[in-house]
Structures are given as structure tokens and as C-alpha cells.
Ligand binder design. Sequence first.
Ligand SMILES: [Mg+2]
Length: 364
Amino acid sequence: MKITEVKTYNLKYPLVEPFANSRGWSKARSAGVVEIRTDTGITGWGEGLSIPSQSMADTHLIGKNPFDVELIWDAVCQQGSGNIAAISAVDIALWDIMGKALDLPVYRLLGGAFRDRIPAYASGLFKKDKPDITEALMDEAKRYVDAGFPAVKMKIGFGEAYDVKNVAAVRQAIGDSILLAVDANCGYDVGTAIDVGRKIAGNDLFWYEEPITTDDVEGYVEIRHALKIRIAGGEGLRGRWAFRDLIQKRGLDIVQPDISIAGGFTECRKIAAMASANYVRILPHMWGSSIRLAATLHWQATIPDSPKALNPIPSLFEFDMTENRLRTDLAKAPVRAVDGFVPVPQEPGLGIEIDREVLERYAV
Ligand SMILES: [Mg+2]
């Protein structure tokens, strides 16, 4: 089997209602998509934070065997150099092709699924332009609990007053039995992160995500020692080298690689192995289109519980609850959360069929 064609698409979906995290307002959602065609007629789809250039396609992909994922990865990115976000898209598409060629879902190629549905956390609760943001957040959080989610994640990092008031309000809205995580999107420095962390810690938080910039290993170690909350992060890191010190120096309790940024299936399983060897939990980050959603499900299904237990700490899937047609409409049968669980696709490859009409509609 040989790769014959590489097509790329930049997709953009304008939001009806803008929202903000600690770093700024979002008015649109975007996705970089790659379509890889082969001489057998099998086509694979991938998504990355960036897409492969024509020269990457010509030099490293055209004419190559899509089963040579390690060779292709190594040729494009050596020791952390190269466009790891683009190889992420390529790698996901190659695993989609391999699965379709063997008539097997990707999770089976990766060694099998530990779970066929994954408990999800509702990822939302952004800042919005509302007259009473606290009331809006409480209403939104209650809707997630009513929909059956066992956990929710809210955005913080908007200053101490906002964070203290709204974390307490959301905890009150969801009650004691729902897991609550907070995400500051790298909005603080170390001192502020610790100060705010101490003031919100009384709300029984499951984790405190990206209090500071992604790659400040010493800062994460300092925060982790100062606070009695699990610290999470790593969604923006690319390649195993970027994760190495954060994991080995124990800057994080929970590592959150994004399959479309960190390097696709081929690299993420290595990052997961490194985390496992250091007894650090892996909970993938997911923020993208139907393609990234399906890819993340296949990968997360193959990550074992750690530690094994009668009632293991749940492997929570990040289910993006914000408006995004690229997530809800790009696949003909979109993956949905049902009673707080997300089913792992069972069809060959990624297990989704791309709606080309939707693809063309949002291509820019
Ligand atoms: Mg995050």
C-alpha cells in the first residue's frame, strides 16, 4: 500500500456566542484537517493544531507505506524538532488508514480497549458576556449535572475575586458528589497561582489545571508542593521531550497531552508509557473537531486504570460542551455523551465518516 495524495483543509466555524478563557475571547473555532489517500482507495483523516506543508507531503509521505508510522514520524521530527503539530494530523490519518485496511478499530491496533465507554466531564463554564455571570455559570453547571455528567470543569484565571466567588458558586450549584476541576489556561504567575489556589482549595477540587505557563517545570514543582490540590497540565506540549522533565520532576499529578498537538497516536503512547513509569496519571486533553474527538477516544480507551482498584479513579474524558459545528456536524454520526459516558467508536479506523458537504462549508 502506498500514499498517493495528501490534501489539507483549514476549517473555521464562527461562534454565535463568543466566550473567554483567562487568555482572551474566542469568536470562532478552527481545525486543521488532513486527508491522506492511498493506491488501495482507502482514505484516512487526521486533525492537528497545524497541517502538513506541501514539502512535508512530497518529501515524507507520497509513495510511503502508511503502516510505517514510526519511520514517517522519525523522518519528520527528530528529538523534538520539526512540526510535531502537523505530524500529529498525519499520524492520526495513518492510523485511520491502518484500521480501515485491517477492518479493525484503532483501539484494537493499539492493544485493546480497557473500557468501551468513558466517563466524561463536561468541559465548559467559560466567561461570557452576561449581566450576571455567576448565575449563568450556576445554571450551566446544573444542566451538566442534570444531563448525567459525573464531573465538570470550569474556567478560572480571571483574578482572585472572580475565581473565589464563582468556584464556590459552581460547587454549590452541583452539590457535593460531582467532581469539579478548574482550568486557569496559564493565566497566572507562580505566586498568584498559589495564592488563588489556597483560596479556592476548600471547594473540594479534583484538579487545578494550567495555573501557570505550560513549560515552567520549576514553577509547577513549587505550586505542587505549596497546594493540597492535584495539579494538571501539558495540553500544549509537543513531543515526548517536552513532557520529560514535567513528568520526571513531578511537576504534575495529571498529564494532559493533546493527540493533535503532542504527536498523534505514535507519540502519545510513548508519553503515556513515560507517565506510567513515573506513576503519573494521564488524562488526555480534547478540544477540536469530530476527528480529534474520535482519535482521543480510541487512545484514552487503551490507557489502563492506575492504580488498578475495585473502584478505580475514573479515567475522565474531556467532553467539550461549547458550541462547535466542527465537532457536532463534521462526522455523519457524531459521537455524543450519553448519561455521562462517551462510547468508543467501534467501526474500522477512527470509526467516523466525514461529511464532505460540512467539510467544504467550513473550509477557508
Ligand atoms: Mg485546559
